[in-house]
Design a protein around this ligand. Sequence first.
Ligand code: FAD
Ligand code: 2HG
Ligand code: ZN
Length: 468
Amino acid sequence: MTGGAIIGAVIDRLIGIVGDAHVLRDPDVTAGYSTDWTRRFVGSTPLVVRPADTAQTAAVIEVLAAAGIAVVPQGGNTGLVGGSVPLRGETVLSMRRLSECEPTDELAAQVTVGAGATLADVQAHVAPSGLSVGVDLAARDSATIGGMVATNAGGINVLRYGAMRAQVVGIEAVLASGAIVSHLSGLEKDNTGYDLGSLLAGSEGTLGVITRVRLRLHPTQTECATALLAFDSAQDAVAAAAALRRSVSSLHALEAVFDSAMALVSAHLGVAPPVGSVGDGATGAAWLVAEAAARSDPSDELGEAVADLEALVTDAAVALEPAARQRLWAFRENVTEAISAAGIPHKLDVTLPAAQLAEFTEGVPGVVRAADPGAQPLLFGHLGDGNVHVNVLGPAGAEPAESVDDAVLHYVASLGGSISAEHGIGTAKLSQLHLNRTPAELAAFSAIKQALDPDRMLNPNVLLPQPG
Ligand code: FAD
Ligand code: 2HG
Ligand code: ZN
């Protein structure tokens, strides 16, 4: 049963496990758990259950599975691919209450945290030990560690530390059967069979509900230098990004904002960038945010590398102090907010091979407009990882034609790229997954799902080919 009447006896049993205050049934309250961050994906649910710990999570899943009620696990609900909301009346399992952070293990440089802890909370928790989480992203105040593992989130420091999967040294999760798998010892070398942490990373809530995560931490890079670099063309920005990757050993982030997105974000902030000229969104200009970070001042290393780019860079601003660095970052970090304020975009999150990156950034606006002449492509992203975010707005902030997604993702695949760099497949990219994955791979995915969740109780609408 998904949606429809939830038997009173089931609700009574759930209340017995988590308490009446944590079985939410008021439609005004559950609505907030049923619409995604972008407002593109709107579902509904009769029930939101908020367990407090792993044992309660397991007990809730057992009750729901016995009643044949499917579940959508939800963390901060900041996911961007329609994977965190109940699109077919599923029950939402909100993991936000599992927010406990255990003491930082300074000897191992690791920490075990509840799946519902936000990234910002964990960052603040480990900071006094001189340690940092390897993944950082603009949704840090709401995104949870469980959701970030489930999506294998990327963010701004992947070129240095890898994505979320690379941070996981231990995991605890509840399977669809209600069984708890817990492997949190954090041994750096541990070849004792299948790595369930790796399997659950990027599984988007389809294989298990993550309840606790042991994270590998990194020494905090205390000295930072940030540069905002302006370019006349996307091609020049791509060439400069490749050069900076080769030459700056302390490179910590390498982000891009292309003309159309810079026009929107600077209007949203009410501030022009300190370098480069913002046009009408069609000049082809581009900006890079390049950050170097180390235990000793990296500004000379970054400055020399930027000076070597004089044939490409038209102007550069460099900042060392936190407030000044933040003013440069604002032009990158606020793009998603600025787009959301302008309308409901389609979000295409792609990676290109290095050799095709310039061709793609220059070619994709034409591909978008050929599919929907009224659509507005907005490009930005993690250029150091080859990851471009192509957001597309329709006229007056409406959604663009559905055909835009197909056109862009086919173009990406034709260039050898990935249709999902870091946000996942969710429901948004489900029909294009075959562009990147062979029938044999999809069959293996289905076999894993069948083994761990034969009745499709966990997030049944996302990632996997739908039955029938
Ligand atoms: P949710 O949105 O609640 O859920 C996401 C998926 O994970 C769903 O499929 C859900 O079912 C599953 N899930 C959630 N919790 C669990 C759990 N405990 N166990 C099992 N499955 C679970 N993403 C990036 O990769 N890089 C970025 O730079 C980035 N920047 C962002 C900036 C903004 C402003 C916003 C709004 C989003 C951004 N995102 C980014 C997307 C989003 O923040 C990430 O996908 C994040 O990992 C989602 O975490 P969450 O807790 O909000 O998960
Ligand atoms: C980012 O890099 C996030 O800012 C969000 O991944 C991207 O809004 C988007 O498409
Ligand atoms: Zn991103």
